[in-house]
Design a protein around this ligand. Structure first.
Ligand code: ZN
Length: 396
């Protein structure tokens, strides 16, 4: 028997529910998931406003203020950002079987492994991509041994065109480009020839090359001359020698020309040698902003200056990048270089229902470059939930 006190509390709870969602009881369940009341940022739709997002059949079904209609599951996103699932185009997620699940917790619903393995080990990385719950793809390292301590292509014979072509042909569905790491301690004096071979492999399959720039033996104009539309420059904030900005604060003409012909510029946070605050300041002061943020993620990223993709995308807020631009760098922009992400990076109706919930906290946050220098920022993005294909991912 229901006690009177219990009955009253039930009535109060149901009245409160009706006040919040007046028509819920009266309408059939229409949606699988309803994300209510968050600040929805969708750069493609030029939207930045408090909205509800409704999901049905693994797709975005509606985005508008106060969506009526019931849902099987509801998320209260009040006070949070609701953005398209994050895409990280430079990671090493493919190094470990648990990589995809770990970055999914950070809101990452699509990843690219950038050259962890070359032709010899590609099957292992492809296996991780194949088993990943979110779309994961792989760039084959032009050095057939992949990333190795003594330098991927210090021995030029390792930049084996035939082996790399064969690796792509064997795994056509999962290998979406070629990675060429060009710094002095990786390629030595071979950098130009290594890039030339990487282009030879990639162009045979109409795929892009991603170059790891900075601290190279050859100059930027010489190397960038080989890059064509759709190629990607990662570690764009690498300090001198061979930064993209000169001592007088001017972006090199070869860099501006590369962007103009459709080469993408990516951050590739990483841990050593890839970003220094003074170089970053000079580059953004010259008006040259990244197309994409990426982490260069590894299983140890929690304990380095990387932490997670939301942390990396917070780092330019203090330099004048807007919240919406930072979101674009890991969603709509990041969807463009790789066809696997086509149709993603947006919350438009009909898009795959991949959503990242973020908290944008205000306070004092320390951000680390790759040289142990810190800056203090007043805002930082934190992961606060992931929806993949319309399903809420449990927090670990
Ligand atoms: Zn990397």
């Amino acid at each position: 028997m229901t006690s009177r006190r219990h009955f009253l509390s039930l009535a109060a709870a149901s009245a409160a529910a009706y006040a919040a969602r007046p028509l819920l009881g009266a309408q059939p369940v229409t949606f699988d998931l309803l994300i209510r009341g968050g600040r929805v940022i969708d750069p493609v739709a030029r939207l930045d406003a408090v909205r509800d997002v409704a999901i049905a059949g693994g797709r975005i079904a509606a985005v508008s203020a106060n969506i009526s209609g019931g849902a099987v599951d509801t998320v209260d996103a009040t006070g949070k950002l609701v953005v398209p699932g994050l895409l990280d185009i430079h990671t090493h997620v493919g190094r470990s079987a648990d990589g995809p699940g770990l970055v999914l917790q950070d809101g990452v619903t699509g990843w690219i492994d950038a050259g962890s393995t070359g032709a010899d080990g590609i099957a292992d990385t492809v296996a991780v991509a194949r088993s990943s719950v979110q779309p994961g793809r792989v760039l084959v390292n032009i050095g057939r041994l992949g990333v190795v301590a003594d330098g991927d292509t210090m021995d030029l014979a390792r930049a084996d065109v035939a082996a790399a072509k064969n690796a792509i042909a064997m795994h056509r569905e999962f290998v979406v480009g070629v990675k060429a790491r060009l710094s002095r301690d990786v390629a030595g004096a071979n950098d130009y020839e290594v890039l030339r071979r990487a282009k030879e492999v990639a162009s045979a399959f109409k795929l892009p090359v991603m170059i790891h720039m900075g601290q190279t033996q050859s100059t930027i104009p010489r190397l960038f001359d080989l890059l064509t539309r759709g190629d990607i420059v990662t570690h764009m904030f690498a300090p001198p020698p061979n930064a993209i900005v000169d001592d007088a604060g001017r972006i090199l003409p070869a860099v501006l020309a590369a962007r103009k012909r459709g080469v993408w510029f990516d951050v590739g946070n990483g841990q050593t040698g890839h970003m220094r605050w003074d170089t970053i300041e000079a580059i953004v002061k010259a008006g040259f902003w990244p197309d994409t943020f990426s982490t260069d993620w590894n299983t140890n990223s929690r304990t380095t200056g990387v932490v997670d993709l939301p942390n990396c995308m917070s780092k330019l807020l203090g330099y004048g990048m807007t919240v919406s631009q930072a979101v674009a760098c890991v969603t709509s922009n990041a969807a463009r270089p790789f066809p696997v992400f086509g149709g993603r990076g947006t919350l438009k109706v009909g898009a795959p229902a991949d959503v990242a919930l973020l908290e944008l906290r205000e306070g004092r946050f320390e951000f680390l470059d790759n040289y142990k220098n810190t800056i203090t920022g007043r805002q930082r993005f934190f992961p606060a939930g992931t929806v993949l294909g319309g399903k809420r991912i449990a927090r670990a």
